[in-house]
Design a protein around this ligand. Structure first.
Ligand code: MLT
Length: 407
């Protein structure tokens, strides 16, 4: 009989956001009249930018004629999009990239999960705590987790607590690690690192041969000038970091699916025989084998996000969500809550009142206020006693939710 990957029976049976969806569905089934406001999963609610939809339609029309029809595309993405990304996302920051350092994909979630394919099972992984659960779960699936202890930590993973006490800045690990995931602006806390704080990590990685997996999915929400939009703004980062980016939150592509990953050619890691191998080559090999590229029509839509109208429409949505974030932050602060984030990210990280545990507060909000949040402990042990709200709803619902929370 076939044998399973036993790591799948070690991890909790359901993914965090699936578990929340299930609880909300059960509640809704028992209380069909409940007027539920969803501020749990970070799913956008504004429509796609018009420029993107027009490009998508035009690209769909091209599929009607054999002269313009597209079959298999390049697994790494079409040059028109890779070049646009280099020119629009990196050149303005003074970062020089070659197009073959950019790999277009169906989103940052897949790539941050799949990247483990090219890394040895023996690597010691570090994550910030709380953390986007994909980083931990995918490493556990790959056998890099060890065992889950009663404190909610995996024995082979190093957790870097991010708490109000340390300003949500992860401290450099004490023991030896090989790979660290950093997500800035941060999901779930909505906090971020300044250039000086991120530089400490790049310097540390270069000195200690550590690979940084930098998730920049929320960079479009940055409002403060000393917060980097890319880790490559920091000198030396091309030698120690992979960067993951997404059109999901920036341009409303959560359902449309498109993202990209930058693997600089200078970036190397060690083979068993001690040889230094370029990760760009390995990721290219992985993608060409396991991935057949993002749909042409979707890549045309993503390209249109960078047109002048596209940029304007994207900015409108970002301003809209960040206005929601301000409404939540100000409203909850006025009501006496302790609130973090919401300045450079669409997430609000909130201390639960009256010493409630995260899931207790989640249940209270769902049943008493009909508001769905995400329990902080679902993101890791240091998230206990916190809850995350998203600013991705409509402003109308955001205001109604804040009114309910104030009561
Ligand atoms: C979240 O709510 O943390 C995100 O929406 C999850 C994701 O992007 O996969």
């Amino acid at each position: 009989m076939a044998k399973i990957n036993d790591n799948f029976i070690k991890i909790p049976a359901t993914y965090l956001f699936s578990e929340i969806a299930k609880r909300v569905e059960n509640y809704k089934a028992a209380n069909p009249q409940a007027d539920i406001i969803r501020m749990g999963i970070g799913d956008v609610t504004r429509p796609l930018p018009k420029a993107a939809v027009e490009a998508l339609k035009a690209a769909a029309d091209e599929q009607l004629a054999s002269a313009t029809f597209r079959g298999y595309g390049p697994e790494q993405g079409y040059d028109f999009l890779r070049e646009t990304i280099v020119k629009s996302d990196y050149e303005p920051l003074g970062i020089k990239l070659d197009t073959d350092e950019v790999f277009v994909s169906d989103g940052a979630k897949s790539d941050t999960g799949n990247i483990g394919d090219i890394l040895s099972r023996d690597n010691i992984i570090a994550v910030t705590d709380p953390v986007y659960p994909v980083y931990v779960d995918t490493n556990v699936m790959a056998g890099r987790g060890g065992n889950l202890a009663a404190d909610g930590k995996w024995s082979n993973i190093q957790y870097l607590p991010c708490l109000p006490e340390n300003g949500f800045e992860p401290q450099l690990p004490k023991g030896k690690i090989d790979v660290v995931y950093l997500c800035y602006p941060n999901n779930p806390t909505g906090t971020t690192l300044t250039k000086a704080q991120l530089k400490k990590w790049v310097d540390y990685a270069l000195e200690n041969d550590v690979l940084i997996l930098f998730d920049a999915a929320y960079k479009a929400f940055i409002t403060e000038s000393d917060v980097p939009h890319s880790i490559y703004e920091i000198a030396g980062a091309k030698e120690c970091a992979i960067e993951f980016c997404s059109f999901s939150k920036t341009a409303g592509f959560t359902g449309t699916r498109c993202g990209y990953t930058v693997v600089p050619k200078e970036l190397k890691a060690t083979a068993e025989n001690g040889e230094k191998i370029a990760l760009n080559r390995l990721w290219n090999r992985r993608q060409t084998t396991k991935f057949n590229g993002t749909a042409y029509v979707i890549q045309r839509a993503a390209e249109a996000v960078y047109s002048p109208e596209g940029k304007r429409q994207v900015q409108e949505s970002i301003d809209y969500y960040m206005n929601n974030a301000r409404i939540i932050k100000n409203g909850l602060e006025t009501a006496g809550y302790k609130v973090f984030g919401a300045v450079n990210a669409p997430y609000i990280w909130l201390k639960t009142p009256a010493g409630l545990k995260s899931w207790e507060f989640f249940d209270y909000l769902l049943t008493e206020k009909n508001i769905v949040g995400t329990p902080g402990v679902g993101f890791g042990p240091s998230g206990e006693g916190f809850l995350r709200l998203t600013a991705f709803g409509s402003t109308e619902n955001t205001i109604r939710a804040v009114e309910r929370l104030k009561k």
